[in-house]
Design a protein around this ligand. Structure first.
Ligand code: TK8
Length: 357
């Protein structure tokens, strides 16, 4: 069982690499028309006039707070570098979904990506720490861990895999939606087909809850829900709203079972070729934009939930007791994966969490 899940995961990662390999042979677009082709190009060879084009890939759409934060980032970097760079933001997975785009960033075929942490787990196993169910109790805990020593360790691990973590943005606490019935307990999940991210812990967790989990890239989820290939999915509120999942889902339960950080990853292969002072600009402005991103995301989470309610989705809030049933049901997943993630990082995170409580 575990072997099967791991092999699905490795399979997905391999498909990702294969696609990245294919993309590498795509012809570069003409310098004057950088937007003419969506396919990632050898990043270091990009230029538009005098400017060096830097492409950032993101899976969500125009109305998503992450898009707004990235556009603000691009604007600031473009200004600060006095037109030396042309930072461009490609949304709605136009340059590939999280997994594929991150593989491309690693390979130096794409400059940067804003990705949920889960799809990165196949490249940096320690990043799967965030996939342990109910790791963070609230946003304050998330903020503390993501600005502390655990985050530093993870940045180091990612750099070893050619991924420079510029900053930690927020996708947020994930909630389950579906089109079949109201979910108040794991018993209500039994037999539901739930789309998950391409990550072995997510697969195991949804199996544990009694669902029939189906991993797939994010950009395929709307159609899968609409055509009832799957009954439900799970994501943070701003992501659900931006993707219009509420139009094809009847119920949302605020399970908050996992917190998805957004990793703002820059290609080490590209970064290493930049002058130190430019690296600093790209890095510092990303860190400065973290607070804006989180504010936009948290405001959107409140406003978007109200908007979805108005449009007719049934919102179920769990009592602490009801949430505990989910938590208890998912505890075996911690034991199952702690060693795979890495005992050191799991123990260190537990210690840091104790300090916060
Ligand atoms: C794009 C992804 C996505 C993620 C997922 O923004 O695949 O469910 O949560 O929304 O990062």
């Amino acid at each position: 069982m575990l072997k099967k899940m791991v092999s699905i995961f490795v399979g997905a990662a391999m498909i990702g690499s294969l696609l990245t390999g294919c993309l590498s042979s795509t012809k570069a677009p003409s310098a004057s028309a950088p937007a003419a082709s969506n396919a990632p190009q050898p990043a270091a060879h990009q230029s538009s006039g005098q400017k060096q084009v830097i492409k950032i890939s993101f899976g969500s759409g125009e109305a998503h707070p992450g898009t707004k934060a990235l556009k603000e980032y691009a604007k600031k970097v473009n200004e600060k570098t006095n037109g030396k760079y042309d930072v461009q933001v490609y949304i709605s997975a136009a340059l590939g979904d999280d997994l594929k785009a991150t593989e491309a960033v690693r390979a130096g075929m794409l400059d940067a990506v804003l990705t949920s942490a889960a799809p990165v787990g196949g490249m940096v196993k320690e990043a799967m720490i965030f996939d342990l169910p109910f790791l963070f109790a609230n946003e304050k805990v998330a903020d503390t861990i993501l600005s502390g020593p655990v985050a530093k360790d993870l940045e180091q691990k990612m750099a070893e895999k050619d991924l420079i973590c510029l900053a930690w943005f927020e996708n947020g606490f994930r909630n389950v939606t579906n089109s079949v019935r109201e979910i108040k307990s794991p018993a209500d999940i039994k037999g539901l087909k739930i789309r998950t991210m391409e990550n072995p812990i997510h697969l195991a967790a949804w199996k544990q809850l009694g669902a029939n989990p189906t991993p797939m890239p994010f950009s395929e989820v709307f159609t899968a829900l609409q055509q009832h290939v799957v009954d439900g999915q799970e994501n943070p509120i701003p992501t659900i709203f931006d993707a219009k999942f509420n139009e094809v889902q009847k119920y949302i339960t605020l399970t908050k079972h996992i917190y998805s950080p957004y990793l703002f990853l820059f290609s080490k292969k590209v970064y290493d070729k930049m002058p130190k002072e430019d690296q600093k600009i790209f890095f510092d402005i990303a860190r400065e934009t973290e607070a804006l991103d989180k504010q936009l995301t948290r405001d959107a989470a409140k406003a978007n939930l109200e908007e979805m309610k108005k449009k007719g989705i049934v919102v179920t809030e769990l009592t602490p007791g009801q949430q505990k049933v989910f938590q208890d049901t998912l505890m075996p997943v911690w034991d199952q994966f702690s060693e795979k993630i890495g005992k050191d990082i799991v123990e260190k995170t537990k210690e840091e969490l104790k300090k916060i409580e």
